[in-house]
Each structure stands twice: as C-alpha cells, then as structure tokens.
Design a protein around this ligand. Sequence first.
Ligand code: GAL
Length: 742
Amino acid sequence: MREIINFNTNWKFFKEWKDNMKNEKLDNGENITLPHTVAEIPLHYFDESDTWLVAGYQNSFKYEKSKLENKRVLINFEGAMAACEVFVNGQSFGEHKGGYLPFIHDITEVLKDGDNIISVKLDSTERKDIPPFGHEIDYLCYGGIYREVQIIIVDNVSIENVMLTGLSDQTLTGKIRIRNSKKESVKEKVSIDIYNREYHICKIEKEVTLQSGELFTDIEINEHIDSDRIELWTIDNPRLYKAEATLSNEDALSVRIGFRTAEFKEDGFFLNGEKIKLRGLNRHQSFPYVGYAMPERIQKKDADILKFDLGLNVVRSSHYPASRHFLDRCDEIGLMVFEEIPGWQHIGDKAWQKVSVENVKDMIERDFHHASIIIWGVRINESQDNHDFYTETNEVAHKLDKTRQTGGVRYIVGSELLEDVYTMNDFNLDGVADPIRAQKCVTRLDKNVPYMITEYNGHMFPTKMHDCEERTIEHTRRHYAVINAVAIDKHLAGSTGWCTFDYHTHYNFGSGDRICYHGVYDMFRNPKLAASVYSSQMSKKNGIVLEPITLYARGERSIGGVSPLMISTNCDYIEIYHNNDLITKEYPATGKYQGLKHPPVIVNLAVNIPGVSEMDWVDIRIVGYIDGKPAIEKTYLSNPTFKALEVKADDTEINSINDGSTWDCTRITVKAVDAVGNRLPYINEAIIIDVQGDGELIGNDNPVLEGGYYSFWVKSNDKKGSIKVTVKNKRVADQTLEIKVK
Ligand code: GAL
C-alpha cells in the first residue's frame, strides 16, 4: 500500500538562493504554504523583472529507516516555474527545466534517520534555454512552486502511471507503467479494475516480467469491455469511471476515465460519431497579484465559468498544460480541452527543442486519462514551420497516444501540415474584412482537411471593463460575427476565441500596464458585455439570458441615445417599456446571424432616445419572453446614482490548511450599483477591504473600482473558524459577509 503525504506546508522561502542552503537548515526564511509565487505583484504597471528571481525553498522530512525498510520515497513536484533543482541533504537531483509539468525524484538513497533537509533552488529568470522563453512572449509566467508537492512512499515495485482511456466502442486502451527499484528481475501480476462509482464493472489481469536494470516497464492495455454498465462520456452527460491498477503487493493507483471517441475530419468534429461544432475560448491561468499560484477551488471555478456561465463546449489551454484540477473539472462537467505544450512564436536551439519534445511526452503521460482532452497541440504556438522539430513532436505524440489527433497552432498560411488537424489562428476580422478566411486560402491545399480556428479577435480589438459603450458594442459585434461565420462553415470543426480572461503580459504587449485586455472577462473573472455573446447561445433550460449591450446613458455614445440597441438573449423576443407603455417589440436578427441558435435582438428605435419625445430621457424596462410569457426583465434608470456596494462571495465555506494541504480561497466580488442593482460602469471610487479572523486578503486592501467592479480573494490559514470581510466606501453603507473555514 502506498502512502501519500501532502507536502505543501512548513516551507521556508528565501528570495535569494545561496549555495549553503543545499544542506544547511536556515531559519530566516519566510513561512509559506503552497501554492506559492516568488513575488506578489501589483495588479498592473509592475516590472515583470520583479518576478525573475533565483530563489530558495526549504522543508524537512522525518524519515524512520526501520519503518520504511524496502520502501522507496519519492517526491513529486506538480509544477514549479521555471527551472528547479531539488537537493536532499545537500545531494542534487539535477535540474528540471520547465514550469508546467510534474517531475518525480526517488530520494530514498540519500535519506537518513531523523530530519532530512529538502532544499529547492528555483530559477524564474525566463532563461533562454527553457520553453516558452528565449524571445518575447505575450504572457507572464511568474515564478514559484505554484502547484502541489507530495511525498509518496511505495514498495520497491510500484505503479508509476496509469495511462488509460476509454473509447466509444468500449475499448479500454493505453498502458500501465511500473517502477521496479529492485536490482533483480521480478514477475508481477497487474490487475486493472474498472468501477462505476462503487460498482465493479470488470477486472483485467496481466502477467509481466520486470527486467533487472530497467527502472520502468510499460504494459500495453487494449481490451474490449463487455458490459452494459458503460455509458459514453458526452458533453451533456460526462460519465466517468474509476480505473485502478493494483499489484500483488497491493500498491494501487487510480485515475478517472471516460469512454468516448473524439475525431476531427474534413467535415467537422465528431464526438462518439456525433457532429458537434466546437465553440470555445482560450484560457490563461493567471490571476491578479499571485499569478499562477491559485489552489484547486479556483482552478475548478474557471472551468465552471467556461461551461456554465458561458455555455462553451471546449477550451484551449493556452499556451501550456493546465493544472490537473482544471482538467479534472473539465472531465466532470463535459468541457472538452485542446491542450498544448508551452511556447510562443519562438523556437530555440536543439537543446531547447529537446526540452520541448520532453514537454510533449510529459504532457501526454500526465494527461492521457482525461476524457475531456480531445487533441494535443504539439507545435509552439504561432511559430514558423520547422520540419524536423515538428515531425518529432508529432511522432512522440502519436507513439504515446493512438487515440487522439494532433494539432499545432499556426498563424502563417500554407504552413506544412504535419499534424492531423490544421489549427489556425485567424485574425482576419479587422472590422471590415470577412470574419474568417476560407480554409483553402489558409492551408493552400486543394482539398479540405480537418480544420479548426484556434484564435480570433484578441489583440484585434482589446476592450477593458471600463471602456466606452461604442467600443463595448464593437467588441461584442466582433465576437458575434466570428462565431456566426464559424457556425455556418460546414467543414470547420469549430473555434476557440481569444480569450476568456484578461491576463498579465510583458511590457511590449497589451496596454502597456502589463495587461492584455483581450478577455470577455476581466482578470478578476467578471464578465464584460461581450461575454453575453457566448452565454446567450445556451439553451434556455441552462439559464435565461438578457444582456442589453449598453451602459444606458443619454450622452455616452457619439451623437447620443442608445439606438441601434443590440441585446444578447436566448429569449424568443423582447419588449421595451417606459412605465407600462410599450415602446417596441423585437425579434432576434435571424437574417443577419444565420449560424446562431440565438442571434441578438437589434432594436432600431424610431427616435434614438427612448422617450415620449426626442428630448425625453426616461427609465425603461426590457422584458424577454419565452413561449409568450415574460421570462426575464431588466430595468434601466434615466437618473442612476450610487446607492450601494453589492458584495458576493463565490463560496460560503472554504477549507483551512490541514494535514499538509494547500491553502484554500474564495473570490468576493464588489459591484457598485444604482437603486435597481445596475452596475455603475464609470465609478472610480476607492473601497476599503477589511479582513478579520481566520484568513487573509490577497492583494490590495484599498483598491479603486474598475468598470463598477472589484473582486478579491481571501485565503485560509491553518485555523478553523471564520473570515469576516467588510467592504466600505463612505458614500454608501458598509457591507459585511462571513466565510466559514472548516
Ligand atoms: C495571438 C497569440 C496569443 C495572443 C493573441 C492576442 O497571436 O497566439 O497568445 O498574443 O495573439 O490576440
């Protein structure tokens, strides 16, 4: 039986690495718990070099030799940015290059009875020898041990990896990797059990000889499972099963799998043989202040936003492998994933390419079992063609995974197709040109191939939460234009737009303040109006959407008024009222947006200003109807004033740090509203955030609202109890809420 020790607490952090840290326990470090960022940064206008450190971490591990006779002690780092050298009692385990994928060291041989010093030298200086670095990149990678660490105690023979997945014909396929730390060869029996929750579905047994001198042996699995208990993994019913591999010594390791077949063909994308248009967005995993260092709950929340708030069926994990928690959640909720290796436009020398090929391997080995992953991105995003390099990345991917196709994201036309799917960033839409380019113009091939658009919009029209109405409308219009064109093109598998959330970047990208305002959400995960393009395509049963694309002010737009007024909605039609007088009744613009299930309603008022005469500016009420009945309504005041701060937490309860676990946190959103709860988009009042009790605030306690919003995260410490949060602004009443910490 294995023992897994969460090793996220009791770390000491040192901003500057010193060589004596390798084997000398120092007390002057900062006490930290993972996930950790080497430098908390301001929201914007920081210097990215603030995150470039050669830092140190120390921890200790108590070893009892007599108890652990014949056991191996492994240490697993799930993600440390960017180069990481681990020392145990001064002994180096070599440097691991790359911040997005896990690495394991067997530290048994250097352990001694009693306390052992574990030191980590962590280099986050954007070194040229590590992808994605070497040239300019449009995202910030921060630094730190920002994912979990475990110590895993196993027998001399143990399971290293369960790389299994299911196909829609009920085939279970992949391999089990076994570690044999004994010096001699060993005969072993591996059992693989598939469970549907607690119900045992089947057992597969394999005999294997582990050769002496070979640390790892792979056992290929390819079995048809004859059971009527298996339901396919689909986006609406993402059924998951436990696949557990067990050895004769009872060492066991399990993963969750789904049975499904994903296929890109010349005429689109098919899940289990059913054609589905992929509609999604790209996601960067960056957050204000702490960068990448956010725990499980927050990773999962992002997946929920994509699936449930935006109604998307796919996400591109740009431009690197995501946290396992994010992917686990995608499996659970039926959100398909395009996962790719770290990189951005630049291809380094041969040694750099070698690390990148390792990334392909490590990504697939870590994530093979995720039902949600439908394609591997095996090119450096938007790099030039490189025949040898990409032949190799494709070969590695195909050898490791016969069930999934490869893509490789490019922006050059006529690029050599070494992958199974031509995946293209199409930034054709500049406000005038067609929303997307014809496939053959891009591929320069004379036939259709499996084809997907992996980015659009983004830098073509950056839009901030507090931008003016006209910009917001154009931002929204552009997202509509592309998803409509994508929906109409029968050969196109689908698209992932740029992007879900605004993200941190380097000085030479974005708006100069180190943020790319390319999201349909801001960095705090609050929706801009363009988010409604996606959410309004949801089926009504998943939520009724009515989002007028307006800030509703008489003189905000050039010329003034609010006509034409675009309304994102999945209602059948809308009506606009002043008091109880009907101003107009309008239907979705099905002619203009023939590809969309729910085109926006476009209202052209007879007089630009909704009122009794052209000089009136009045309150209005917009009502959305479904099946002839009012289903949702939204009121706008002609005379809005600052009435309140609305303060809401994503969770009422979070976990304390417990038994080596990470810290936990939740987001709290503050919205400045008028008397009917509408956001005040131009308010730039400061607020004061006071956090008391068993937790602490991440970031600024005296920020300014942006676009009417501010969000912040409060994190737990090792105490159980509660966190009391008060948000103040002297113009309105204080708001207080409490988060339980269990
Ligand atoms: C693409 C790139 C993305 C991001 C985007 C901005 O070219 O792949 O990482 O920079 O542009 O629109």
